[in-house]
Design a protein around this ligand. Structure first.
Ligand SMILES: C[S@@+](CC[C@H](N)C(=O)[O-])C[C@H]1O[C@@H](n2cnc3c(N)ncnc32)[C@H](O)[C@@H]1O
Length: 335
């Protein structure tokens, strides 16, 4: 990213459209330069969330099925490129870039074509072909721009996919909207992540409305030594270290490409644990639902330390007595 080449008027306009949540009104990409500036900055920041998701999927040993990839609402195409790069272009037969903006599809297809010269990178022309297989559906930061009719259309595309890899901002509204997709698709898909179980979402239980499933990604370490990024963050008024996200990965046949890590007994800590002197409190999700649990330093020192020090909260196999965690082993191993 070269800060001196950024078009700040365009970035301000795009960001204002996102923040004002008036992005539903229509296409806001006015030029290829808009997309290039977004791709190098806000788009790259979204890419760091994708990196966290893809790291977790690798630890869980989940791999998308071979075949096509469709990036729905691709914008500059950061999500589709991250997915293809993570699993290898040779795994896929094509990457289709779909957006209501033809400029975005052109930009995303051109960038992907440069990166993956052997992979057909196709512009969808704003429509998802009813006859073509969807394969792996990639969705990133699109939901809050879709009115109900758009969500319905996306739901029917999702239903035809073999696998879905979806990342949204870590807000209450976006996470809850993703939850609705999870519950709607659960009959025909298995849940791969973020959950450690395939049952009903604990967030959907009465009394849990105030909670939302969200996580934090760690930006690349090189960020802190990069003066362009520091100046970008100051000018844009954002904290680059805070990368909250929600995500959902589902598959018709999750083990199609080999066995995935056995999640039995594993639990996910939602958001961040609250640290007090000698103990931490965490909202924990597993196949029994959502629970507030306490992790005491003297009982589970390693888990206590990793919850305090690591940006990307690990998953654990937990054993609790009442509300106190007595044992916490990292899961999957290697995380
Ligand atoms: C916030 S941008 C995110 C772009 C990209 N997915 C990313 O993560 O960087 C949302 C994108 O969704 C597109 N979009 C919004 N509504 C859409 C619709 N109904 N059909 C297709 N694309 C849509 C916008 O044009 C825009 O490119």
């Amino acid at each position: 990213m070269n800060i001196s080449s950024l078009d700040w008027a365009a970035l301000d306009r795009i960001r204002d459209a996102f923040l004002a949540r008036d992005a539903r009104r229509g296409a806001y990409w006015d030029s290829t330069s808009d997309l290039a500036c977004y791709d190098a900055t806000f788009g790259e920041r979204i890419g760091w969330k994708w990196d966290a998701v893809l790291r977790e999927l690798k630890l869980r040993r989940w791999v998308p099925p071979p075949g096509p990839v469709l990036d729905f609402g691709c914008g500059s195409g950061i999500a589709g490129r991250r997915v293809v790069a993570a699993f290898g272009a040779e795994r896929f037969t094509s990457l289709t870039l779909h957006d209501r903006s033809p400029l975005a599809e052109d930009f995303a297809a051109a960038r992907a074509g440069e990166l993956f010269p052997g992979l057909p990178c196709i512009r969808a022309g704003g429509v998802v072909d009813d006859m073509a297989p969807v394969g792996t559906l990639v969705v990133s930061h699109v939901l809050n721009e879709l009115p109900e009719a758009g969500r319905r259309a996306l739901r029917s595309v999702a239903a035809r996919a073999e696998a879905i890899v979806w990342v949204e901002p870590g807000t209450h509204a976006d996470s809850r909207a993703l939850l609705a997709f999870r519950e709607g698709l659960r009959g025909s898909f298995s849940v791969v992540a973020p959950c450690t179980h395939g049952g009903a979402c604990g967030m959907a239980s009465p009394g849990n409305e105030r909670h939302w499933c969200h996580h934090f990604a760690e930006p690349p370490p090189s960020l802190y030594a990069d003066s362009d990024w520091t100046r970008f963050a100051q000018r844009a008024g954002i904290d680059l270290r805070s990368l909250p996200y929600s995500f959902l990965v589902m598959a018709k046949d999750p083990a199609a490409s080999g066995p995935i890590a056995d999640a039995a007994g594993a639990a996910r800590i939602i958001g961040r644990a609250d640290h007090m002197k000698g103990f931490a409190e965490a909202l924990v999700c597993d196949d029994s639902g959502l629970r507030e649990l306490m992790l005491q330093k003297r009982d589970v020192p390693e888990a206590f330390k990793s919850l305090r020090d690591e940006v990307e909260t690990p998953l654990f196999r937990l054993r609790a007595e009442g509300s106190k965690v007595r044992q916490a082993d990292r899961w999957p191993e290697g995380r």
